[in-house]
Structures are given as C-alpha cells and as structure tokens.
Design a protein around this ligand. Sequence first.
Ligand code: 6K6
Length: 144
Amino acid sequence: VDKKHKIMKIYFAGSITGGREDSGIYKEIISKLSQYGEVLTEHIGLSKLSDKGETDMSDKFIHDRDIDWLMQSDVIVADVSVTSLGVGYEIGRAVENNKRVICLYRKQDSKRLSAMISGSDKVETYYYKSISDIEELFAEILRK
Ligand code: 6K6
C-alpha cells in the first residue's frame, strides 16, 4: 500500500508594489507549481492585481494573512527578478523560521541580484531565462 504523504503547501512570492511587469511570468510559475502542491498565494499572478494592490483590504489584514500563510507553508518559492521590499521581507521571515526557500532570478543585463539573496547559504538561488527552464528546474528539485 502506498504511504500517503500530505500535499505540499507552497508560498509563492512575487513583486506587487515593487512593480507588476512580470505578472505574466508569475502566473506561469504558479501554474507549474500547482503540479507539486497547493499554492496559497495564487493572487500574485493575477493581472488585475496592480501595483496598487488589493485595495479593499487593510494593510494589517494583508500582512497578517500573508505571514500566517508563510508560516503554514512547507516551501517558499520567490521570483526575485523584480526588486521588491515585501518579497525580501518574506524571504527573511521564512529563513528565520527554517523554511526551505527557493529563489528564481531572470538575469537582466544592467542589474545584479542583491548579495543578501545570492550570498545566503540558507537560500537556494537559481537563474532562469524562460519558463521552460523553470519547468525543468522544478522537476529536478521538487517532488510530486
Ligand atoms: C496593499 C497596499 C499596497 O499594496 C498592497 C498590496 N496588496 C497585497 N496583497 C497580497 N499580498 C501582498 C500585497 N502587498 C504585498 N504583498 C506580499 O508581499 C505578497 O505576498 C508578495 O509576495 C509581496 C510583494 O511585496 P511588495 O513590496 O512588492 O508589495
């Protein structure tokens, strides 16, 4: 008889107020991640979510709910290509709570990833060019 293992909870982090230019990529990453577990933060990929954020909710509500989800998660996957204060904060909180943290960075010519991410032993950082790179990466590093 197969041992039942519980469904992995995944917290996807991506820029909101930091800029929404990559929201299409976030949507694709979330769709790939859904094959591996339950993604608690699917709204990060919604194109209707602008850099003004979810305006019907208070900042305290958003913060407390997101931290609650972060603490429930088994793994945090963050796209760090667009610089975001909130994503950096979530990564730090996740590391302090001994969560597995996977960062995805799309190399851009004149930009450099923060040393606080690339220099951390507690964060797994991967470089990608296209969504197919990410698909292959997930197959290697995550289990279904
Ligand atoms: C509220 C006020 C201004 O913008 C908002 C945005 N609403 C949000 N809704 C849900 N999650 C949010 C929101 N703002 C930030 N986050 C969390 O921080 C998400 O989990 C993202 O991973 C991250 C984005 O941080 P910023 O600094 O780019 O906004």
